[in-house]
Design a protein around this ligand. Structure first.
Ligand SMILES: NC(=O)c1ccc[n+]([C@@H]2O[C@H](COP(=O)([O-])OP(=O)(O)OC[C@H]3O[C@@H](n4cnc5c(N)ncnc54)[C@H](OP(=O)(O)O)[C@@H]3O)[C@@H](O)[C@H]2O)c1
Length: 305
């Protein structure tokens, strides 16, 4: 498949909703897996994409949470448990999903946590890096053959504008545990940069196949993600001039657009915001950093890939 170097601009904006950007798109016969399907942008994406006819594989930390979310959704949802900070759970989920024997048309890596106030670690890794990046890295790698089995499979990685606010050097490979120094929001930024770099490296590895990978920033939306930031509006506005100004329905638009727009069939390795191509940070554009992160992630996840 030949890939256009620049993705097309769309007529959608920051005000468009997930329902609007998918209007008229028939997803019957498609299978879409979404992590973090029980809350916020993941739930809204599941709701809208199921309405358009897709079969959703809805992943949440526990089967109970996934089942509860499925029960609130009109359409076909297969609930699965996927605790991203537990690599045995991720591997088990991937096995269960592979066992369904379906091609995966879209794998939407949406779940995430933000700005944990105190350092938390597992497997010797800081928890945001583990949950937001490494858990998804294992899931994507284990399901890649299923994505490639679809006519034009898409990996959609929910990154963030927060990828700009990362540690010195982008990814601090010498402090992935956070033990030397831990700054809550900066470590969130590192994990979101890792999401973007994973998508970019994956797109290079998918060259020559029919599958693609792109990353997105959804906007700033009041969801439970913000639970660790006291006065969210004031904090984000004063630190980054980031306005909290869109609804969950609008927040889910960019990931649903990149997941389903027919015009993006061959588009890969890009970053979107407001349903349009957006500029990555310098670290986000670094091939060297992406390649190194991929190798280090393979080492960290050895035995789970
Ligand atoms: N909201 C924003 O302004 C904003 C801005 C930029 C980027 N994003 C990104 O958008 C994505 C969705 O966030 P949201 O705003 O919709 O937040 P949210 O409502 O808190 O949803 C996050 C989802 O991730 C799940 N999750 C958290 N830790 C997990 C784990 N260890 N294993 C499996 N699932 C886990 C949550 O499950 P539980 O409900 O069980 O905790 C929840 O379903 C995240 O990747 C976030 O970084 C959001």
């Amino acid at each position: 498949m030949s890939k256009p170097s620049r993705p097309p601009r769309s007529r959608f904006t920051r005000r468009s909703t997930a329902a609007q950007v998918t209007a008229g798109i028939d997803l019957r016969g498609k299978t879409i897996m979404i992590t973090g399907c029980n809350s916020g942008l993941g739930f809204e994406s599941m709701r809208v994409l199921a309405l358009r006819g897709a079969t959703i594989i809805g992943a949440a930390r526990s089967e109970e949470k996934a089942r509860d979310a499925a029960a609130k959704t009109d359409g076909t949802v297969i609930p699965v448990a996927c605790e991203l900070s537990d690599l045995d759970s991720v591997a088990g989920c991937a096995e269960e999903v592979s066992g369904l024997g379906r091609p995966i048309d879209v794998l939407m890596c949406n779940a995430g946590i933000m700005a944990l106030p105190e350092l938390q670690q597992k497997y010797g890794l800081e928890l945001q890096f583990l949950t937001n990046h490494l858990g998804h890295f294992v899931l994507v790698n284990r399901l890649l053959e299923r994505v490639k089995a679809a006519p034009s499979g898409r990996v959609v990685v929910v990154s963030s504008l927060g990828h700009y606010s990362t540690v010195a050097g982008g990814i601090n490979f010498d402090n992935l545990s956070g033990a030397r120094r831990y700054v809550p929001f900066t470590f969130y930024g590192q994990s979101k940069l890792a999401n973007l770099l994973m998508s970019n490296e994956l797109s290079r590895r998918l060259e020559g196949s029919n599958a693609t990978s792109n990353a997105i920033h959804p906007g700033i939306i009041m969801t439970p993600l913000m639970r660790n930031i006291g006065d969210v509006r004031a904090t984000l506005a004063s630190l980054f001039s980031w306005p909290v100004s869109r609804s969950v329905e609008q927040g889910a638009a960019t990931q649903c657009y990149v997941a389903t727009s027919p015009g993006l069939d061959c588009v890969s390795g890009h970053y979107f915001a407001d349903c349009n191509p957006a500029r990555m940070s310098a670290h986000g554009q670094s091939r060297e950093l992406a390649s190194r992160l991929w190798s280090v992630s393979e080492e960290l996840a050895a035995g789970y890939l």
